[in-house]
Design a binder for this molecule. Sequence first.
Ligand code: S3P
Length: 167
Amino acid sequence: MNKNIVLIGFMGSGKSSVARELARRLKRELVTTDGLIEVREGKKINDIFKTRGESYFRKVERGIIKEVSGRKGVIIDCGGGVVLDPANLSDLKINGIVFYLQARPDVIYERVKHESHRPLLQSPDPLGCINELYQQRLPLYNQADYIIDANGASIEGSVVEILKKIQ
Ligand code: S3P
């Protein structure tokens, strides 16, 4: 199986932990789009949003997605907003199987409420933001090849489900 395994989903859905575990089990390279953006820009995601704004971030993200979509046999952990540009998802599908880690807004809120590194949730009403972004993005996330229920699921549970699908 030389296809990439691509994880998409909302912030806090567990993509990074699941991706790390998949990479470890399958002995494959882990590629993190946010990590590549930070290296390329020499700044944390939060600082990129603050100093250059979201549209600049999306442009850099688009370039990174084009690049990583050309890879083969790697695990790709995508930032939660990659689906906003439809070209990203179609590129990622060329060499990859795309998994959406689905978690409800209330579950996401519980997981991220004490974190401060997520620029889009720095609002007086983070749950309201999550609900709004979730509604906008749901139809986009649903274009994944597979949907994995990540609500109550442990990291292990999601990993096992993904491994079953690719076997
Ligand atoms: C974003 C999600 C973040 C990061 C940036 C924007 C989003 O990644 O790319 O803060 O638009 O949902 P994670 O999903 O890994 O937190």
